[in-house]
Design a protein around this ligand. Structure first.
Ligand SMILES: Cc1ncc(COP(=O)(O)O)c(C=O)c1O
Length: 325
């Protein structure tokens, strides 16, 4: 039996190259003349008040933002766990302190506590919309209040935005402290080529370019992205299929006795609370189905994170779960 990886957060491999509405965004952004980015063949041009930047995955954007804006052992970043782990990893490598303020019980940022904690040394607040690993979209009012009230840069990581209803990208021209990150790694299934984007004011992008190694978006990555961008309709179809499958699993999973809660998701994965997460995780491994055990993560106690696969893969998961009952 084939090993089924429902732990990786990417689109299923059998779907082929996907495309997202990024091309529309780049077209509309390429009207003005200023350029950003260091790769000679990447025409990452800028709008008058939005610039964009290509990184080796959005992980590189995270790393560069911390190195640009934070002074080691003096400044700190704020993260809102449970969330994506690389904010913490990159800050630790840069010797930058991390202040953590838990999400509320409905997985929203605790605006009051964040703003009370923030001071002149709070250089970056990392938000993830929709959030990994909880899957939910962030409340627009809460995010806007944070952008307005936070003294430093507010990063909204939109790695899963293709599966969500709305983006915060349109706020960039209005807030010089806002950075939006997106990536080709998730809905496009192109994690291996390493291409992430940061959208921000010209000034922020200018500083990122100052520390970016020259020519580090290689030609093979550029070619792969351009090929992917030729298939926009296919991309929309895949996203539709995945969201339909997400809805199918969301409806089906609560029928199992051992499933306590399926959290609403705006991503291509589901956070599922079950009775004995470690036991169920091991059972699925025996069935050659790999999910992510998040049960030790604060606020995710008892939870497994399941990435949505193809219709056949999801059906295989459901059949395996039936055997577990
Ligand atoms: C929320 C989030 N942001 C960023 C990334 C990293 O994306 P990239 O492959 O573009 O570095 C991930 C990957 O898992 C993620 O979950």
């Amino acid at each position: 039996m084939l090993l089924l990886g429902m732990n990786l957060k990417e689109k299923p491999t059998c779907f082929g190259c996907q495309r997202k509405s990024f091309s529309k965004r780049t077209q509309s952004l390429s009207r003005s003349s200023a350029t950003s980015g260091k790769s000679p063949n990447c025409k990452n041009k800028t709008h008058s008040s939005i610039a964009y930047f290509f990184g080796n995955g959005s992980d590189e954007v995270i790393d560069l933002l911390i190195r640009v804006f934070c002074e080691p052992r003096v400044d700190h970043i704020i993260t809102v766990p449970p969330t994506y782990g690389m904010y913490q990893v990159s800050a630790s490598i840069a010797d930058v302190e991390i202040k953590q303020i838990l999400l509320t019980s409905d997985f929203q940022p605790n605006v009051e506590e964040i703003l009370q904690t923030a001071n002149a040394q709070s250089k970056i607040l990392f938000l993830c919309h929709p959030n990994n690993p909880t899957g939910n979209a962030l409340d627009a009012q809460a995010v806007t209040r944070l952008i307005k009230g936070f003294p430093g840069i507010v990063v909204v990581d939109e790695a899963y935005i293709d599966f969500a209803a709305s983006s915060f990208l349109s706020l960039v021209p209005h807030h010089s402290n806002l950075v939006i990150m997106q990536t080709f790694s998730k809905a496009w299934g192109l994690a291996a080529i390493r291409l992430g984007m940061g959208f921000a004011s010209l000034e922020v992008i200018h500083y990122l370019n100052k520390v970016k190694p020259p020519y580090n978006i290689n030609i093979l990555t550029q070619q792969a992205v351009l090929q992917a961008l030729e298939k926009e309709e296919q991309q929309h179809e895949w996203v539709k299929i995945i969201t339909a499958e997400r809805d199918r699993l969301t409806q089906f999973l609560p029928h199992f006795e051992f499933v306590e809660q399926v959290y609403p998701s705006d991503t291509n994965f589901l956070l599922v609370k079950v009775q004995q997460p470690d036991h169920l995780y091991e059972y699925l491994v025996q069935q050659k189905i790999i999910v992510r055990n998040r049960s030790k993560v604060p606020l995710c106690e008892g939870c497994l994170r399941i990435t949505i696969g193809t219709k056949e893969e999801n059906t295989r998961l459901l059949v395996a779960l039936k055997g577990y009952q």
